[in-house]
Write a protein that binds this ligand. Structure first.
Ligand SMILES: *Cc1c(COP(=O)(O)O)cnc(C)c1O
Length: 390
């Protein structure tokens, strides 16, 4: 399939017809697989012949999703997990041991910080944080014990953009691995594996599904590392459901078209917000005024569907704006056809302490919008109704 371009791969890569010769992807809703003989079962379990044994190990629908995603991410292989957080768990438990250090960006998903701090440290792993765009900070923190470095680009909800190659070079100088969470960009807009990263982490729950229907996650990397992750998966079991894999395979088919439309609407909304008198700051790298505009342009094909902005008056004002909207859904998710509005300080980042929030730049007046695919005029009018209440 490698002779085809991305848009074709998104629709064709990995498909294997069954004997029924169906044209659409089949769904294999089965926990185990049956064999013609005891001999065949023994050989399959022993790994002497290739095939499916049990859906915690492999499943044809899940394998199709993995192949297609790996192709789009420009990786050798991928492993699918039950959620994005399950992908992070698989990464950490497979690679880390007591005494290892993780150097992690401060500006990552709230649950990722909770996972690193609350659960990996229990096993003697040291986790230290840096500002994601402080390259001297990365260099100072990556020591001889560092096994893994981790950041998000672009970051949620502040849209910080990290130079992937620059951090990758610092990691590789110390033999550490770099994993990049690029959930906001998706493989349609950025491929960190071609920019020096060793592993990409995806929450397929977001734009890859794209319609807010199911959870899923993945790690995309070299075949050797994915084989290690697969070993953990067989023993620990955070496997993706075949049904979710089937939904997500279909999501991949329209991902690039959807990301173009999300990006175009987000750009229009960000431009409108920037001119609004009640808005003090807009975080969207598509804006030329944004600190990371040039870097984002160089690393990404487009700027994506997520933006945030700050209103004066802290939490009270932010809640007034949110409660004043009628069309958008008030929810913590992102990456949906529906426009979603969130107050990060009291929801997605609500479990962080005040110091952690301050360090991560989560202001009380911050409002996050995941710009959907409704008509952009209706989205702007809805937000205008909210902002008019201030
Ligand atoms: C949602 C999200 C995750 C976690 O993924 P789940 O599928 O919800 O477990 C991780 N990173 C980012 C940037 C996310 O938006």
């Amino acid at each position: 399939m490698s002779e085809y371009k991305d848009a074709t791969q998104a629709i064709r890569a990995g498909i294997q017809q069954t004997n029924e010769q169906e044209n659409s992807e089949a769904i294999f809703m089965t926990s185990s697989f049956a064999y013609a003989s005891a001999e065949e079962a023994a050989a399959m379990f022993g790994g002497e012949i290739e095939g499916n044994v049990y859906s915690r190990f492999t499943n044809p629908t899940v394998s199709l999703f993995e192949k297609r995603l790996a192709t789009l991410e420009k990786g050798e292989a991928a492993i699918a997990t039950s959620s994005g957080m399950a992908a992070l768990m698989t990464l950490a438990y497979t690679l880390l041991k007591s005494g290892d250090r993780v150097v992690c960006s401060r500006n990552i998903f709230g649950s990722s910080i909770k996972f690193f701090d609350g659960y990996t440290t229990k096993f003697g792993v040291e986790v230290v944080y840096v500002d994601a765009t402080d390259y001297a900070g990365w260099e100072a923190m990556i020591d001889d014990n560092t096994r893994l470095c981790y950041f998000e680009t672009p970051s949620n909800p502040l849209y910080e953009v990290v130079d992937v190659q620059r951090v990758a070079d610092l990691c590789h100088a110390k033999n550490a691995l770099l994993c990049v969470d690029t959930v906001l960009a998706t493989p349609a807009l950025q491929n960190p594996l071609t920019q020096g990263a060793d592993i990409v982490m995806q929450s397929a729950t977001k734009f890859i599904d794209g319609q807010g229907r199911c959870l899923g996650g993945a790690l995309i990397s070299s075949q050797a590392l994915v084989d290690e992750f697969t070993g953990f998966m067989r023993s620990a079991g955070p496997a993706m459901s075949p049904f979710n894999a089937w939904v997500l395979v279909n999501g991949l088919e329209t991902l690039s078209l959807r990301m173009k439309a999300h990006s175009a609407s987000a750009m229009t909304l960000a431009t409108w917000l920037e001119a609004h008198p009640k808005v003090t700051k807009v975080n969207y790298a598509g804006l030329e005024s944004h600190k990371y505009h040039e870097l984002a342009k160089r690393q990404q094909k487009d700027f994506g569907g997520l933006l945030s902005f700050v209103v004066e008056g802290g939490r009270k004002s932010a809640w007034t704006v949110i409660n004043g909207t009628k069309l958008m859904s008030i929810t913590g998710n992102l990456g949906d056809t529906k426009t979603l509005v969130t107050h990060p300080a009291s929801t997605t980042h609500g479990r962080l302490s005040d110091e952690q929030k301050a360090a991560a730049g989560i202001a009380e007046g911050l409002v996050r919008i995941s710009v959907g695919l409704e008509d952009i005029d209706d989205i702007i009018n809805d937000l205008k109704t909210g902002l008019d209440k201030l």
